[in-house]
Design a binder for this molecule. Sequence first.
Ligand code: URA
Length: 244
Amino acid sequence: MIYLICGEKMERVQKVIANRGYTSRRNAEKLIEEGKVKVNGNIVKLGDKINENDKIEIEGKEICINDNKVYYLLNKPRGVISSVKDDKGRKTVVDLINANERIYSIGRLDYDTTGLIILTNDGNLSNHLTHPKNKVVKTYLAKCKGVINKEQINKLKNGIYIDNRKVDIIDFKVKRIDNQKNITFISISIIEGRNHIVKRIFESIGLLVDKLTRTNYDFLTIGNLKSGEYRRLSIKEVKKLYRN
Ligand code: URA
């Protein structure tokens, strides 16, 4: 089986132990000095560095992250659906991740949308991040057909209504205009998660989205994950997601 875990940082063993919530960093150092810590079956020394996902045993007992709660950040490719199973047998985001737990995505991206999506078995985090009161900001980069004009920019500035409900546009930037190819790249940050919301925002001002990618989810970015690659979130990142 091939594990496609990328973008992980090497960290000191005591830091990884502390991140997993097992004990303090100082106490972890003591356990390492006493020869009680094994990583992937080998006793480690103080100062050794490991991957966040390595198997750690303390006095023969494996320590897991947060009671077997798992958190993955995936760079979703095009042509993959954001659900656990598909009636039509299409590939799902869950198929891309080598996890033993029953994970699912937090929110959805369209079949043809790429980019950052979180998968977990932590229902609390999922509820937390998708609840409108927590105002989690997501940023998308849209490649639109056509060259945006002043009037369309003003419409985005003044507020867009979809199904008679105003969309909170936190920010948007026209990143690049290609007059020859007749395309505009626009990044847009929003809170809500109505279906096809970004495509509908641009459609409402007369721009058709040709390609869409989610680049940011709260403070998280794709980093150097290639399409289809994923990594685990650290406990620190999970705690930060809960802080909103
Ligand atoms: N908005 C869309 O239109 N599509 C997505 O996949 C996500 C947000």
